[in-house]
Every structure is written in structure tokens, then in C-alpha cells.
Design a protein around this ligand. Structure first.
Ligand code: FMN
Length: 195
């Protein structure tokens, strides 16, 4: 029997007990079959990352998810430390570094700023897409397939209904992976072109 597609969520929240959004998202995700929520701040509060263990977990995954609050326009410090330690040359990139090739990568992130704040007139001056290239190129350098991020703006302000809908979309997407419209479209293009 073929193994069902596996999802690994790298969940990073430095203060999960104060979380309004991510904690509920992680709880919902953990109930989805074939999804593993890997809680980095719970596992490695001392920032000591067991590199081989993390690499073995990644190798099992078809979909790699980074789930976290945006902090200073980027990822929380422990997740950055995790990337620095785990995505090693000759394993994740560079000559012989093909361990992550062909995996799907999905950024799921919450923001304190509203969508209006991420505009030329807003206090963040530019759209949030201006802060994504480092994430996207990290995935692409490692041969992963970048999927459109799932973002929640104004995480402190949105009403309960909006928050619940955002979490439900997250849960459904995880449950339906890899049957996502963008992946099905990409696969049908590939089979049409023979690439
Ligand atoms: C140190 C720190 C830095 C932050 N930087 C940003 C930022 O650059 N942009 C932004 O929109 N929100 C920023 N925030 C707000 C968080 O993104 C927000 O609190 C979080 O997404 C809410 O999710 P939660 O309810 O799961 O904690 C920051 C928060 C902290 C504590």
C-alpha cells in the first residue's frame, strides 16, 4: 500500500500561552491525519537543535509548513536558528544537496499589522509581499515548490468569525493536501508539457 502524503509543520511561537491565533491553529492542525505539528519552542527552549533528527523528519515529509507569528517582518528567532542549523550545504542545497527537492513548502503566518498597514500609505510602507522573497528563495534554493502563503492580517483585531474561518481554511487545506487547485493545475501543466 502506498503511504499517504505526510505533512510536517514547523510551529514556532515564543509565547504560545499569549497566542490568540497560532495556538488554536496548531491544535486544529494536530487533529488532521498524517500531519505532524513539531512545536519548536516546546522542544528546544535552549535553542539546541538536533540536526540529524530534524533532517530525518523532513525527509519523511511531502509538505513542509512554517507556521508562526511574523516578528520583525520575518520568522521568530528559534525558527531562524532551526533553518540555519538544519538546511546544511550538501544536504539541503549546493552540490549533492537534494534532500528537500520536490517537496512542497507552505508559509502560514499571522501578523499584528492590518492589511491597510501594509500599503504605501500605511505604517509598514509596503505590501507584505515585499517581505516574502527571503522565505521564497530559501524554499526555492532547496528545490522546494513555493505555495501561496496563508496569511492572517490584524491577528489581534479580527473578529471571532474571521479568525475561525481562517483556521478552518488552514485545517481543510491540510486535510485535502495534495488536492489543492494550484497543485492540480501545476501537475496537469507538467503532464501536458511532459516536463
Ligand atoms: C517581537 C515581536 C515582533 C513583531 N513584529 C511584527 C511585524 O514585524 N509585523 C507585524 O505585522 N506584526 C508583528 N508582531 C505582531 C505578531 O505578529 C502578532 O502578535 C501575532 O501574529 C499574533 O498571533 P498570536 O495570536 O498567535 O500570538 C510582532 C510581535 C512581537 C512580539
Amino acid at each position: 500500500m502506498t503511504k499517504p502524503p505526510q505533512t510536517l509543520i514547523l510551529y514556532a511561537h515564543p509565547t504560545p500561552h499569549h497566542s490568540r491565533a497560532n495556538r488554536r491553529m496548531a491544535e486544529a492542525a494536530a487533529k488532521v491525519p498524517n500531519v505532524k505539528v513539531h512545536d519548536l519552542y516546546e522542544l528546544y527552549p535552549d535553542f539546541h537543535i538536533p540536526v540529524r533528527r530534524e533532517q530525518a523528519l523532513l525527509q519523511e515529509a511531502d509538505l513542509v509548513v512554517f507556521q508562526h507569528p511574523i516578528q520583525w517582518y520575518s520568522m521568530p528567532a528559534l525558527l531562524k536558528q532551526w533553518v540555519d542549523s538544519v538546511f546544511t550545504p550538501g544536504w539541503a542545497y549546493g552540490p549533492g544537496g537534494d534532500a528537500l527537492h520536490g517537496k512542497d513548502f507552505w508559509l502560514v503566518a499571522t501578523l499584528g499589522g492590518s492589511e491597510r498597514s501594509y500599503q504605501a500609505e500605511g505604517h509598514n510602507l509596503m505590501p507584505f509581499s515585499a517581505f516574502l522573497p527571503a522565505f521564497q528563495q530559501t524554499a526555492q534554493l532547496c528545490g522546494m515548490n513555493w505555495l501561496p502563503p496563508h496569511l492572517l492580517f490584524g491577528a489581534h483585531q479580527v473578529n471571532q468569525q474571521t479568525l475561525a474561518a481562517y483556521i478552518e481554511t488552514y485545517r481543510k487545506r491540510l486535510a485535502n493536501y495534495p488536492n489543492w487547485p494550484e497543485l492540480l493545475a501545476a501537475n496537469s501543466t507538467t503532464s501536458l508539457t511532459g516536463n
